[in-house]
Design a protein. Structure first.
Length: 157
């Protein structure tokens, strides 16, 4: 087990970021006006799954993808995109979304970790009570055996 109870067989967040960026790039080529909501949804998904640090990396990568796709278009306004305020507003939205959703994801993981710790404590307490119950049962059986021996007719002097 890794920290916070995450299984060790989970893929690296950066593999998921790369796969998400490829999907985001493909969707962006098809639906450029929907880039901002798609990118924000991608960053939110990464943030909720992995945390704020990975979400910020995804936000910067998604913004870089927007710039790369915009500059790579032969008919696109390459430098005009760098001068447009919308480009930087998208970056701010992505970063704010990464921080916000990352905080939500972190709070959720901390709560989940606290609950797992509480379950472990309760399991240990239940095991202790089970051991005490077994000891009490054994003592009861010993007392019953002594009483049976004392009451038997052959044991009296």
């Amino acid at each position: 087990m890794r920290p916070l109870g995450l299984p060790a067989d989970r893929r690296s967040p950066f593999v998921e970021i790369v796969l998400g960026l490829l999907l985001l790039g493909g969707l962006t080529l098809l639906f450029l006006p929907a880039y901002s909501p798609l990118a924000l949804a991608f960053v939110a998904l990464v943030a909720l799954r992995h945390g704020a640090r990975e979400a910020l990396a995804a936000a910067v990568c998604a913004w870089g993808l927007l710039l790369a796709l915009a500059l790579a278009r032969p008919r696109g306004p390459g430098m005009a995109i760098l001068r447009a305020t919308e480009t930087y507003v998208i970056l701010c939205l992505l970063l704010a979304g990464g921080i916000g959703f990352g905080a939500i994801g972190l709070a959720h993981r901390r709560a989940l970790h606290g609950l797992r710790d509480r379950v472990n404590e309760l399991e240990l307490e239940l095991a202790d009570q089970g051991v005490r119950l077994l000891v009490a049962i054994e003592e009861k059986q010993e007392i019953e055996q002594r009483l049976a021996q004392e009451r038997s007719p052959g044991s009296r002097p």
